[in-house]
Design a protein around this ligand. Structure first.
Ligand SMILES: [Zn+2]
Length: 302
């Protein structure tokens, strides 16, 4: 069996947005926070598939953007579904909505019914999870539960330096969401803001992180490599997934980070693909007797 490499966190944008991102930034305050200026990098399907081939990566999860305008969200979700179709099973398309958009749950339900494999990266870059935003998030978690699909939430560390897109999130807010969304598989991006440390608490948190996965998106900018080792120790490597936040940083940059983290071989295997394969139901057809062994890459069933 070859190594199964999966990039569990990438972002793709439709060509209309890539061509004129400033016009879209003027329509969406969150987009203007993350993608403004002239040196903005946005990628499309072909860019991503090229990148996957370059690094020998079998699959990627393709996230979109939590547009506040539900019509833009719908178009982006359709773009990702179509991209996955054209990529021959190598992309797991995400559906994304802003939790506070009118019609968010309906669109999430539509896109998941149409074949999206995950909801996300859901983000509220300008606010914390408070009692009023919590309800909207839980509605989306409920839709995910109905489809038995995970929900990926943008999380950032509550302390440390400020950067564009760093939301005023608190661990208390995140904790309340995890308490109320139990049973739903939750992916917390960017090492979950450090929530894994609290798996060591003696009371209340037991079981709370059982359905929680974290990814490595952007962490070479944010953490020392030791953090990845601690995350594996405290949460289990089968809960940690390699995600590059493509086109932010290349896969090789993360591999260098992993090499410095002091992980053993099995932990690295989980992070670089096995965890995501298990969460997203990606199977190595080469392992199955009825499988087709001539494909270079692993195949997604269905
Ligand atoms: Zn994020």
């Amino acid at each position: 069996m070859g190594r199964m490499l999966i990039d569990a966190h990438t972002h793709l944008f439709p060509v209309e947005v890539r061509r004129d991102h400033m016009a879209f930034a003027a329509r969406d305050r969150q987009l203007s926070l993350l993608y403004s200026g002239d040196d903005v990098r946005m990628a499309g399907r072909k860019d991503l598939v090229f990148e996957l081939d370059k690094h020998g990566i079998g699959f990627a999860v393709a996230y979109g953007f939590p547009w506040r305008d539900i019509e833009l969200a719908r178009r982006h979700n359709d773009y990702l579904l179509e991209a996955a179709e054209l990529a021959g099973g190598r992309l797991i398309p995400a559906a994304c909505v802003h939790p506070l958009s009118p019609g968010a749950t309906k669109e999430a339900d539509r896109a998941l019914s149409a074949g999206a494999g995950v909801l996300g990266e859901v983000a509220m870059y300008r606010r914390d999870i408070t009692p009023d935003t919590l309800d909207a998030l839980l509605d989306l978690a409920y839709v995910c539960a109905c489809h038995d699909k995970p929900l990926c939430l943008h999380v950032n560390e509550p302390v440390g330096h400020q950067y564009p897109g760093k939301a005023p999130m608190t661990l208390r807010g995140l904790y309340s969401f995890l308490e109320e969304s139990q049973g739903v598989k939750i992916i917390l991006a960017h090492l979950g803001g450090g929530i894994f440390f609290y798996n060591l608490l003696k009371k209340d948190i037991a079981g709370l992180l059982e359905n929680v996965y974290i990814d490595t998106a952007a962490i070479p900018y944010l953490y020392k490599p030791k953090a990845l080792k601690l995350a594996c120790d405290l949460l289990g490597p089968e809960h940690v997934m390699m995600g590059t936040d493509y086109p932010l940083l290349p896969w090789t940059r993360y591999m260098r980070f992993v090499e410095r983290a002091g992980l053993d071989k099995e932990e690295i295997e989980w992070i670089e693909g096995r965890s995501a394969a298990s969460l997203f139901g990606i199977e190595d057809r080469q392992e199955r007797p009825e499988g087709n062994s001539d494909g270079r890459f692993l195949q997604v069933p269905g």
